[in-house]
Design a protein around this ligand. Structure first.
Ligand code: AQP
Length: 329
């Protein structure tokens, strides 16, 4: 039997945070043997908020190099850049014709992001439809993403069901695949919101590519509380987030960590956490430098990836055009 398809992507809308790493990238690696995986750098999604062109180009190649440095293998997985496969945007347009404004208005990411910006762009509103197109083009069964993306995967299922009911069976219905730990990493400055690479406060996130000094400084400044007791509960949300980060990087359970720091202060805990995070990221940070310097290799990977992805995407797209009543060329 053919292996099932896994699909995921990350936006090059900034430099990746440990939230992107723990909630997404880290989990991509282990899936490569069991599934046919496609991992995309979703640059078309990134432009739903204004991007500086030069920086977008740099960030796109940085994300590609990080994918490879983290262990994504182009021999096993299809690794490509979204804008190199126009089928994504074509399918999005078709799906727009069955998407309801009301449902899109209820998306929490749309609500959050439009609250933050002065001008609400149509791209942010349509973002989940493009994400649905990304997933459905490849007949995806599983989407490994952080918990923050759950609502978008549910919308994708709804659109697939709607299309299948109206035009006959076409799309596989995807399920979300969230990691046990690291599902939702929160801001270090405001633990009520998720850690985001586009947060204007650089102390709110740790970047995968931050140096060790910055990593330690940000952890030291992370918001906690005045209880000064290492416990894991919803009253101490800042500390809870730090314990989650500790657990994801060290592999230790929350209970083990709480027991280890019984009677100890936040200062000692934060110093150890900084060691755990720096140790966990060091090999990745070193491999990234080597890979990022090899422009030819990066180009080879994204060109071959786009060819393989286009072949699969166009197969689905041809079916969609036909079923919806367009005349074949
Ligand atoms: N804080 C987080 N905790 C766990 N997982 C997270 N992800 C993002 N933030 C966290 C996961 O990372 C993957 C890629 O995300 P994305 O870049 O495509 O979009 P995003 O979710 O909007 O990520 P950011 O960092 O918040 O980007 P900006 O600031 O540009 O909007 C997804 O699987 C996501 O779940």
């Amino acid at each position: 039997m053919d292996k099932k398809v896994v699909y995921s992507g990350i936006q090059p809308s900034g430099s990746l945070t440990i939230g992107n790493y723990l909630g997404a990238l880290k989990n991509f690696i282990g899936l490569q043997d069991e599934y046919n995986c496609l991992y995309c750098i979703v640059d078309m999604h990134a432009i739903t908020v204004p991007q500086e062109p030069k920086l977008l180009r740099k960030n796109t190649l940085d994300v590609l190099a990080l994918y490879l440095a983290a262990g994504l293998d182009p021999e096993k997985s299809i690794i490509y850049i979204q804008s190199h496969v126009p089928a994504h945007v074509e399918l999005m347009w078709m799906l727009n014709s069955i998407s309801s404004m009301g449902q899109l208005q209820r998306m929490t990411q749309f609500k959050d992001k439009s609250k933050k910006s002065k001008e609400v762009l149509a791209g942010i509103f349509n973002y989940p439809v493009l994400m649905a197109a990304d997933i459905l083009l490849y007949q995806t069964s599983y989407v490994p993403v952080g918990e923050d993306q759950k609502q978008h995967v549910e919308l994708t299922r709804d659109l697939a069901q709607k299309f299948n009911a109206r035009y006959s069976d076409t799309f596989v219905l995807p399920d979300i695949l969230t990691p046990k730990s690291g599902a939702r990493i929160m801001s270090l400055q405001d633990p009520s919101i998720k850690m985001s690479k586009s947060d204007p406060d650089a102390n709110s996130f740790i970047l995968i590519l931050d140096d060790e000094e910055a990593t330690r400084r940000k952890i030291k400044r992370a918001v906690t509380d005045s209880l000064n007791s290492i416990d894991y509960n919803d009253e101490q949300v800042g500390l809870k987030n730090l314990i989650n980060i500790y657990s994801s990087f060290s592999g230790k359970s929350v209970e083990e960590i709480v027991a280890m720091y019984d009677g100890k202060g936040y200062g000692e805990f934060k110093e150890d956490l900084a060691d755990v995070v720096c140790d966990g990221l060091r090999p990745l940070r070193e491999r990234f430098k080597e890979i990022r310097a090899d422009k030819e290799y990066l180009e080879k990977v994204y060109k071959e990836g786009a060819e393989k992805a286009s072949y699969l995407a166009n197969k689905t797209l041809r079916k969609v055009y036909k079923k919806m009543g367009f005349i074949a060329k």
